[in-house]
Design a protein around this ligand. Structure first.
Ligand code: HSE
Length: 339
């Protein structure tokens, strides 16, 4: 499996670390030899070599704040030109999410499909805005389009729906879909200020490049839109649904809720209403006895209401370097591993 890594920030580096750590496991258990042939990053520079680049050196350079262009096999063009000319089997699209334009990620994904590459992405923009078009293009090129990391990072959500809930009808999906805001609400309850909690979430690699997307609810909105499209087949866009973030929730409001036996959580919800698919994102006061009230820090949780199993809930990491890198690793195994 020859890989192109487009975007070498938190997620790209998290994946690179896992590829190195799990090299033997990938080979022994999945018959998969992964070779990174190119890395394209807007800030750190780019590398390409048809027979493989030095991944440990690239990782060390990126981690120490250096430029990839200081290493052998420097590539001078942009990501799109690398995708169009590279010899590769799969692209990992891990650039920052721009929920308004979904670019440059969508152009990267289209170009990779046109070249016959499988794609895994952790970028929510292309899924929230162009899921149906991209899925159709992947189908027409007979390649895989995988995006486990877009919802709840590496916690198995989309693969779970595709594989093990395949025989169920899901009437509602509801839960905590943003790690940053859940972390902020948790730390504010412990006495930290909003600003300090947000800074900490950024340091831990949970927050988006522009954290407004987290605190105003747009990241959770992108995820509910992805669920509306992929689980419910809706042809939806983020601005079809109401969305409210956590910026108006003060420390005093958190304390007051607690004294009433409640806790604020930012809740994303998608449900079927007759023939219509509806969705929303808003803070809710959850009873402290409710399972979602106990989901703290950057942990996320989603409950699927099904016709066959009743409610199925998955709780797990919703953000983070290794956690999101893992989602791409598992997509690579699905695309290229032995069945
Ligand atoms: N900023 C996102 C979050 C990252 O905090 O949940 C994972 O999608």
């Amino acid at each position: 499996m020859r890989l192109l890594l487009v975007g070498f920030g938190t997620v790209g580096q998290g994946l690179a670390e896992l590829l190195l750590k799990k090299e033997k496991m990938l080979r022994d258990q999945h018959g998969l030899q992964v070779q990174v042939v190119g890395i394209a990053d807007m800030l750190k520079g780019s590398l390409y070599n048809a027979t493989g680049i030095d991944l440990p050196a690239a990782l060390e350079t990126a981690k120490s704040g250096g430029k990839l262009s200081e290493l052998p096999h420097k590539y001078k063009g942009d990501a799109l030109s690398m995708i169009k000319t590279a010899e590769a089997d799969m692209m990992v699209e891990a650039t920052y999410t721009d929920i308004k334009t979904a670019e440059p990620a969508t152009s990267h994904i289209r170009a990779a499909f046109e070249k016959g590459m499988h794609v895994t992405t952790t970028n929510k923009g292309p899924l929230a805005l162009h899921y149906h078009e991209l899925a159709k293009l992947a189908d027409s090129k007979d390649v895989r389009f995988l995006f486990e990391g877009t919802v709840m990072s590496g916690s198995p959500v989309l693969n779970l729906i595709r594989e093990t809930l395949a025989g169920s009808t899901i009437s509602e999906v509801k839960g905590i879909l943003n790690g940053t805001t859940n972390y902020i609400l948790t730390r504010m309850e412990e006495g930290l200020s909003y600003e300090n909690a947000l800074t900490k979430a950024q340091e831990l690699g949970y927050a988006e490049a522009i954290p407004d997307a987290d605190v105003l609810g747009w990241d959770a909105l992108a995820k509910v839109t992805i669920l509306a499209s992929t689980v419910f087949g809706a042809n939806a866009r983020p601005d079809d649904f109401p969305c409210k973030g956590i910026t108006e929730i003060t420390s005093d409001a958190i304390d007051a809720a607690k004294s009433r036996g409640k806790r604020y959580k930012l809740i994303g919800r998608v449900w079927r209403d007759g023939n219509e698919v509806k969705a929303s994102v808003a803070p809710e006061e959850i009873d402290l006895t409710h399972p979602l009230a106990g989901v703290m820090g950057a942990t996320n949780a989603l409950t699927f209401s099904t016709d066959t199993l009743g409610d199925v809930t998955i709780v797990g990491p919703g953000a983070g370097r290794t956690e999101t890198g893992y989602s791409a690793l598992v997509d690579i195994i699905h695309a290229g591993g032995k069945r």
